[in-house]
Design a protein around this ligand. Sequence first.
Ligand code: DGI
Ligand code: FE
Ligand code: FE
Length: 186
Amino acid sequence: MKLTREQALAYVKPYLKPERYEHTVRVADTAIELASRFGVDKSQAELAAALHDYAKYMPTNLMERWIKQDRRLPKDLLHYHHELWHGPVGALMLEQELGLEDEAVLSAITYHTTGKKHMSPLDKVVFLADYIEPGRNFPGVDEVREIAETNLEQACALALKNTIVFLISKERTVYPDTFHAYNDLI
Ligand code: DGI
Ligand code: FE
Ligand code: FE
């Protein structure tokens, strides 16, 4: 099953608030730009970006059920904030509901929030596009945008560092994969 950008965006739209849908469109545009800059397949980047926040507003108890029932999902997710669940659960839902079979696209969706060790270039493009799309105004995002002009790995490393520092400053937990992603790139 091969989806166009329009089909993917139309699929997720009913599940997203308007501002989240606008974010999604900007992530898709940013992902295409990064993909062409860094030699990543543009249509995979666009598709993963269009679908990446599909499960963002799925009820927590429904996501919890998916995590408990699917052997492939790490159960430790349940011990961390439910903000982290929409990537992995979204990928499984899309696989099942849409017959989305492209493992590389599913991986980019799965890891778009936390990152992981050994991210593929496509994983990195989607992770970074989500972080730097023009609607974002995190402290330090402009420096990440600047680095993203030339260096995909360094830009991801700085985005991960900013997120880790932010979470620690709020005394929030940090999912181990986020540290693994950071360590891998630094
Ligand atoms: O879904 P979005 O709002 O577009 O962005 P996202 O998927 O990156 O997830 C939202 C937030 O999740 C992110 O900005 C920070 C927060 N978060 C909470 N715990 C962790 C975490 N992010 C990472 N990378 N690792 C965590 O452990
Ligand atoms: Fe997200
Ligand atoms: Fe997002």
